[in-house]
Write a protein that binds this ligand. Sequence first.
Ligand SMILES: Cc1ncc(COP(=O)(O)O)c(C=O)c1O
Length: 408
Amino acid sequence: MNPWNNDFPILNQSMNNKRLVYLDNAATVQRPLPVLRAVDEFYRTQNANPHRGLYALSIEATERYEDARHTVAEFIGAEKDCEVIFTRNASESLNLVAYSYGLTFLKEGDEIVLPVSEHHSNLVPWQMVAKAKGAKLVYLYPDEDGRLTDAEIEAKITAKTKVVALAHVSNVLGSVYPVAKIAAKAHSVGAVVVLDCAQSIPHMAVDVKKLGADFAVFSGHKMMAPMGIGVLYGREEILNAMPPFLRGGEMIEYVHEQDATFAPLPQKFEAGTQNVGGAVGLEAAVRYLQGVGYEKIQRTERELLNYALDGLEKIPHVTVYAGTGNRVDRCGVISFNVDGVHPHDVASILDMDGIAIRAGHHCAQPLMEYLQVNATCRASLYFYNTKEDVDLFLESLKKVRGWLGLGA
Ligand SMILES: Cc1ncc(COP(=O)(O)O)c(C=O)c1O
């Protein structure tokens, strides 16, 4: 019996008459009861529109919202609470940076450096900026182990670089990129660092100062909070220099017929009624993560990753992308293919055994091109997974080619 099943009731469910084995944690993780309860309690006892009412309930809702901001700010090592902006998700946070910072401060000939493995959310907004401003995208290419080498970093980040946008952890290869080193290089040429922590913060400590992030983004739903709440961290000085992204209620100081002035941080970037229930859930998720502890999360996931990679090495006709050798700078995300079988078929066959994995391009088509594939299968782990989950996954995978009448 999985010891986490009491906290994660969804893991007790069966799928296709089999025990659910949830291995799509890079897409979204499951929510534990304390998070579900916190959201439920907020809506049952504290719900009101924050920052608006002068009555007690609204003040209480405002306090809950701002407490959540404080918890997140402390959690990521921000200097001030106002450096934490609540958004809907990592994608919205990245669009905010691209539209507000990118369109304002980049100019013709500037370069935006990013790994070719970036999620479309940290790539397509920069294509928009590059097109609008006459800037250029310059890609960092990982080596066969999924690492970004010093030579690649040195060659690509130059005096022309104005933005270095990268994921802390690749959502396809699982690579953990050397962010502090890259940030130091970026800062030495005067570039800002936009760090996508969507795949790292569920698994490892993120300290924005130590990592050297000028901006950092993540989504609540990948770290056990509800869907629809996300975070943008930005250094106060830079956020102050940026124009608002979305305009409307709550983000203004004063509105005249022809013009408006804007509220100070963080409200300047939070137009309209905010997802207070989501922020409350995010705070509960942070508390839950702290309760489990990153040390335990990493220990468990590393053990499971090694176990899964060892198992995959023994299955013929399976290719693991970024290989199975790099087990150090890597999180529990494994992309692979089975010879002669479309990834969608692999995922559907595993689904018949109750095993949920992802198949597709994982919102990383430039990486697919680089790997010379259209799609991959992806199994992604979280601390509540078990060796038994991995065994069931490996056993099911062994049957795939047989199912389709292909040789073992
Ligand atoms: C590395 C990375 N960045 C950004 C995103 C976008 O997250 P969201 O869809 O929550 O905006 C994802 C989602 O998979 C991701 O893996």
